[in-house]
Write a protein that binds this ligand. Structure first.
Ligand code: CP
Length: 319
């Protein structure tokens, strides 16, 4: 086993992480997942620390998973949403963050509509900043929980075909997964209408496909993405019905995947649009497993960025 330890203060994206750092996160996630099945699910790792979740865009899964992760680590947690903050009175993000720091926060989780916002606060603040999604740029903990879930089902991802289908252009989940899957050796295809899946994505080392049968054929995993209406300023296809007709995942199209392939979605799902409702609830779907793995993943990230070392992992392995 490598002796490299985690040295980063922040997690603002996947792009600049190396393979060893990724494996440290996955090993720590596994260790914490083990603690979540015990009678006593709390560990004292962050006792006495305060995690502030500054969520300035809507969220269910990420916000709740970060809150639960912090509580399972015995931290105190404060969540701030846009409408309940003084941002609505004109305070800047910088001033908001510096005031949260002055209130003695020990870690800050940020969701914001502006790409680069988490990296910006990471430079300003002397406490760890975790990116909970910055515009269409990155959503690193989503990709980590997605790949953790894939590895549980598919093992080593080297050479595995993973197809990401839907609104790639406006998706931070797609970008973080493209970086992460590439670093793990998977073969990634991004698919959907050319307006939402431009050829420029080939620069990220993926195959771009506008031919759905080709994109789905023999895939080991397919990840559906919803249409991000909130980020689109123009019309990218004639109607939702036509999008579903051409690119929605239904039973006939799912039959093109490998028999043991898994169906994924970061949520929220728009049933009957990007995915047939029955498929979302089928035995091939791991969508709710992804959500559950989000807690251990966020525990790992909070723990490592707050300076937690590998002693927790060795304790788990010696059991
Ligand atoms: N996957 C995801 O980020 O979901 P939320 O927007 O509900 O957090």
């Amino acid at each position: 086993m490598s002796t490299q330890t985690w040295t980063k203060k922040d997690l603002v994206g996947i792009e600049h992480l190396n393979r060893e750092e990724l494996e440290i996160i996955f090993r720590t996630t596994s260790a914490f997942k083990g603690t979540l099945t015990r009678n006593v699910k709390k560990v004292p790792a962050l006792r006495g620390k305060t995690v502030v979740n500054l969520f300035l865009e809507p969220s269910t899964r990420t916000r709740v998973a970060f809150e639960m992760a912090a509580k399972r680590l015995s931290a105190d947690v404060v969540t701030i949403t846009a409408s309940a903050s003084s941002l609505v009175k004109g305070e800047t993000l910088r001033d908001t963050a510096q005031n949260i720091r002055a209130l003695n926060a020990d870690l800050l989780v940020l969701r914001h509509s502006a790409p680069g916002s988490a990296a910006y606060l990471a430079r300003i603040l002397d406490i760890p900043v975790i990116n909970g999604g910055d515009g269409a740029h990155e959503h690193p903990t989503q990709a980590l929980l997605d790949c953790f879930t894939m590895r549980e089902h598919l093992g080593d991802l080297t050479g595995k075909k993973v197809t990401i289908l839907g609104d790639i252009l406006f998706s931070r989940v797609a970008r973080s997964n493209i970086w992460l899957l590439g670093k793990l050796g998977a073969k990634v295809t991004v698919a959907g209408p050319s307006t939402l899946v431009p050829d420029t994505f080939t620069h990220m080392g993926v195959t771009v496909s506008h031919n759905l049968p080709e994109a789905l054929a023999d895939a080991d995993a397919v990840m559906l993405l919803r249409i991000q209406h909130e980020r689109q300023t123009a019309t990218h296809f004639p109607s939702l019905g036509e999008y579903t007709g051409m690119f929605g995942l239904n039973q006939a199209r799912a039959a093109l995947l490998k028999p043991e392939a898994i169906i994924m979605h970061p949520g929220p799902i728009n049933r009957g649009v990007e995915i047939d409702s029955n498929l979302a609830d089928s035995s091939r779907s791991v969508i709710l497993e992804q959500v559950t793995n989000g807690i251990a993943t966020r525990m790992a990230v909070l723990y490592l960025c707050s300076g937690g070392g590998p002693d927790l992992i060795s304790k788990q392995e010696s059991k």
